[in-house]
Design a protein around this ligand. Structure first.
Ligand code: SF4
Length: 217
């Protein structure tokens, strides 16, 4: 069903918008649409009005063909030929919880953006919300590989992309930046080169689940 929702989104995408951004948004939206509980805006880290705006800009056919009162997940599933039991409990319009951690991550990303674009702000919010998950960031976002994630970071936040010279795992890298900015040192070792946790921070982000909390010990 996730693939079917992705296909529905991409088949009605706005050809005037960048394909790479549309693909990123479609992958993230279709991934979040599979979650049984919670509203999709909150899971994506977007306010409902932002998600509607994203739909109308990137996937106008979807936005035009659904009723404003309809749960987004219910609509996406039915448009893709399936059914979905809504468990939003009428909270589809509730604003996302913008806790301090998420806000700091969004600010970190936007401080390194390529330009002032609305799409970049949406990508930043989605990446920050994804950082709250327990697996590799690309997995929590519903992307197909780390390369997908690296490409979108390079495009929207080149300052951060080129700063990650050691190919650090993206979640680890973002949180390391926040620690460095706040001059907080959580690492036990004096440097990465002599750290016993090196493999937790660097190396391939393959499809084997990786639990950030467990990695942080
Ligand atoms: S490898 Fe060790 S020292 Fe380097 S960021 Fe990770 S935990 Fe900190």
């Amino acid at each position: 069903m996730k693939t079917a929702i992705y296909d529905i989104l991409m088949s009605g995408r706005n050809p005037d918008e960048a394909f790479s951004d549309a693909r990123f948004f479609a992958l993230c939206i279709s991934h979040r649409a599979m979650e049984r509980k919670g509203n999709i805006s909150m899971a994506l880290g977007l306010e409902t009005r932002q998600l509607r705006h994203l739909f109308s800009r990137y996937f106008p056919q979807i936005e035009e063909s659904r009723s404003t009162a309809q749960c987004t997940k219910v609509y996406l599933h039915s448009a893709a030929g399936g059914t979905f039991l809504c468990q939003c409990q009428g909270k589809e319009n509730k604003a996302p919880a913008r806790d301090e951690e998420t806000g700091d991550l969004v600010k970190l990303l936007l401080d390194h953006r390529a330009g002032v674009h609305q799409a970049t702000e949406w990508v930043a919010a989605i990446l920050a919300a994804g950082c709250l998950g327990n697996d590799h960031l690309w997995q929590d976002l519903g992307l197909t590989s780390r390369e997908d994630l690296s490409d979108i970071i390079k495009h929207h936040f080149p300052g951060l992309y080129f700063k990650n010279t050691g190919n650090m795992k993206w979640k680890k890298f973002f949180y390391k930046q926040l620690c460095d900015q706040a001059e907080v040192r959580l690492c036990q070792a004096p440097s990465c080169a002599v750290c016993h946790d090196y493999a937790q921070c660097f190396g391939p982000e393959d499809a084997n689940g990786w639990n950030l909390l467990a990695a942080q010990g």
